[in-house]
Design a binder for this molecule. Sequence first.
Ligand SMILES: Nc1ncnc2c1ncn2[C@@H]1O[C@H](COP(=O)(O)OP(=O)(O)OP(=O)(O)O)[C@@H](O)[C@H]1O
Length: 299
Amino acid sequence: MIQVDNVTKEFHGFKALNQVSMHVPKGAVYGLVGPNGAGKSTIIRNITGIYQPDSGSVLIDGEPVWDNVNAKKKISYIPDDLFYFLQANTLDMKKFYQGIYPRFDSDLFSRLKDFFPAIDMKRNIRHLSKGMQKQVAFWLAICSKPELMILDEPIDGLDPVMRRQIWGIILSEVAEHDITVLISSHNLRELEDICDHVGIMHQGKIMLERTLTELQGSVSKIQVAFQEGMPALPDDFEILHMSNIGRVYTLIVKGNPQEAKARLEAEHPMLIDIIPLSLEEIFIYEMGGANYEIKDILF
Ligand SMILES: Nc1ncnc2c1ncn2[C@@H]1O[C@H](COP(=O)(O)OP(=O)(O)OP(=O)(O)O)[C@@H](O)[C@H]1O
């Protein structure tokens, strides 16, 4: 659904994006993660056709998005900083969206009213709280019936109940209408529950792009204890991090968890256990490998 090839974008000689390539398959829920300043919002602005890449290409469903209304009609986008017209209330914005999105679903808009009971549709949106303004953004974005939903830091300011409710609606749209979702977020805990693909950005590049299952199968946490302390391990056994309490060692190892376990078992440990890594831990260790300054948060 999204094909980004070798996109570079400079601001005053600074390369915010440096040959970025990424691929978001149709029907995927793709989590874009990365440290502050990695280039997430900038690549999203290239994907939504707000910025024109200096070089490289961005295709939406096979079509270039830049200056292409047809491609843009397929996208609904919730930016980091929301925009509403000065005097507009929710009903005014709904009318505006209906004019832009040919598939806007007014019945769905009415049905979803119960999900957003705090929103007074006749009140100036700019007078609503930050979280309520976000709710309106989701309400309009969902009813636009996009083929592609792009969310930049979408859940900031939303309370936990509202977050669950909104993810529920979006995931049912994914399941029923095969929409594609690209989400940039620092909330890895939440992304882990909803994403099936992950891209990690660092210094203007996509340093890793995998399905969540592949990612979780590419690095493992193994607890192991040996009678005589840790034996020498082969050079190609790629340990990202090792710590110990007494004889129990915790290893973060690159590669297939079962293969790593089998290799350690050959050394006859007293105990050995694979512990699943969370997306947050994988992110931290992968970024550590990329020399991101994370030394103080390793444990
Ligand atoms: N309009 C601009 N003019 C100049 N520099 C910019 C502009 N937009 C982004 N940058 C720079 O490009 C880099 C990437 O910024 P971007 O906002 O894409 O990062 P991000 O990954 O979204 O960060 P965060 O997680 O903090 O939101 C940063 O160094 C930023 O200062």
